[in-house]
Write a protein that binds this ligand. Structure first.
Ligand code: ZN
Length: 391
């Protein structure tokens, strides 16, 4: 046997040793498995659950008792049986026992909040104008909106999920959010201390990608491009958000596209993706071209050209990402009248031209199904995943 072969066997053994599961971890894992099965498949008998999860009947009964004790699971009565014998009692997650509070801080002028059910449906909502608030003043606005939404709940709160613009680390510290004037703001900790609730904060585009995965039927590998005042992206690989070394994965807005300069960006560079693609950039470019056009037909043609050019630029930025990660699913979130049409068609065409056909054979690019509640629903998905282990 070669030295290399021996090394490989040792590595295998090392992997097995470290993968050993401790009893308390196993219990947590089994608990999540039961909750996940009920969350996705709906009411089941204990025997169904044992069959579906591969756990023993005894383990299932113990876990169901524990979850019933926490009001997370309820018995729903007995199933009509065609077979003779004692009919089985159905259990399910008590979907009305808890609610989730979500905030979307990504709006340029407006903060949005909502009460959501465990199924991710918006039950009630509230809004607060930012009116140019920045720094501590912006934090106060967020805290005010949060207490307003908390007051709107009608059941115990499972947790609070928040999608914030900018760079957010895994402890929910907003490292940098220029629009809100935040730098190293421990948003998660401060709101947790203020409310006594479990609070989870993540980047808005990451939240959007989670919403698409949990509620939009997206696959486990997904790139979501969020276009509004800026341009950002959320990336899921194997159903998990990718954060990056500096927690800025997906920050594609200030990547310069091409070598031909391009429009001046707010960051000082020329030709950033954001300068081509953000909603204000596109709206301004279309307004200028339309004003110069001699006829309505010429105006329409100019608009088409601007949107298609922006779509090509997006395709140029995404092509290496799609190639490197072998992504098949790209979702766009933002103003439909700008994104859905010449822009998205040009993006997908550019992606196909610039990547290997074998890789992008099944590539789809589509608009989100989550509408304008996408960040709110994604923040709720983060709470479900963080608190119950379901997604
Ligand atoms: Zn820039």
């Amino acid at each position: 046997m070669t030295a290399m072969g021996a090394q490989r066997i040792d590595d295998d053994r090392a992997l097995r040793t470290t993968a050993k599961v401790l009893p308390e971890h196993a219990r947590g894992h089994n608990r999540s498995l039961v909750l996940q099965t009920l969350y996705r498949s709906g009411s089941q008998s204990r025997a169904d659950l044992a069959r579906e999860t591969g756990l023993t009947r005894v383990t299932i009964s113990d876990l169901i008792s524990e979850l019933m004790g926490e009001s997370l699971v309820i018995e729903l009565g007995q199933r009509e049986e065609s077979r003779p014998g004692k009919p089985a009692t159905l259990v399910d997650i008590d979907r009305s026992a808890f609610q989730i509070v979500s905030l979307d801080l990504s709006g340029h002028a407006l903060l949005r909040g909502a009460v959501l059910s465990l199924d991710g449906d918006v039950l009630d909502s509230a809004e607060l104008e930012l009116v140019g608030a920045r720094g501590e003043e912006a934090f106060d606005k967020v805290a005010e909106l949060l207490s307003r939404v908390i007051a709107q709940t009608t059941a115990p709160i499972l947790g609070v999920g928040i999608g914030s613009p900018g760079i957010v680390d895994r402890a929910g510290v907003v490292r940098n959010a220029p629009n809100l004037g935040w730098r190293d703001l421990p948003l998660q900790q401060r709101l947790q201390d203020a409310t006594g609730l479990a609070v989870l904060v993540c980047n808005d585009a990451n939240a959007a990608a989670l919403a698409e995965h949990s509620f939009g039927g997206a696959d486990h590998d997904l790139l979501l491009v969020k276009v509004d005042h800026g341009v950002g992206a959320g990336l899921l690989i194997g159903g998990r958000a990718v954060f990056g070394e500096g927690f800025a994965a997906g920050e594609i807005g200030h990547v310069v596209v091409g070598t031909d300069a391009g429009p001046l960006c707010a960051c000082g560079k020329n030709g950033c993706l954001e300068a081509w693609l953000s909603a204000p950039s596109l709206t301004a470019a279309i307004a200028a071209a339309t004003a110069d056009a001699a006829t309505p037909a010429a105006a329409e043609q100019a608009t088409h050209h601007i949107l298609a050019e922006a779509g090509r630029r997006l395709g140029i930025v995404l092509a290496p990402v799609v190639g490197a990660l072998n992504l098949w699913e790209i979702v766009l979130s933002g103003p439909t009248h700008l994104l859905d049409g010449p822009l998205s068609l040009a993006t997908v065409e550019t992606l196909r031209k610039r990547t290997m056909a074998d890789i992008t054979g099944d590539l789809t690019l589509r608009m989100t199904t989550q509408g304008q509640d996408i960040v709110l629903r994604g923040a709720a998905a983060m709470v479900l995943s963080g608190r119950l282990g379901v997604s």
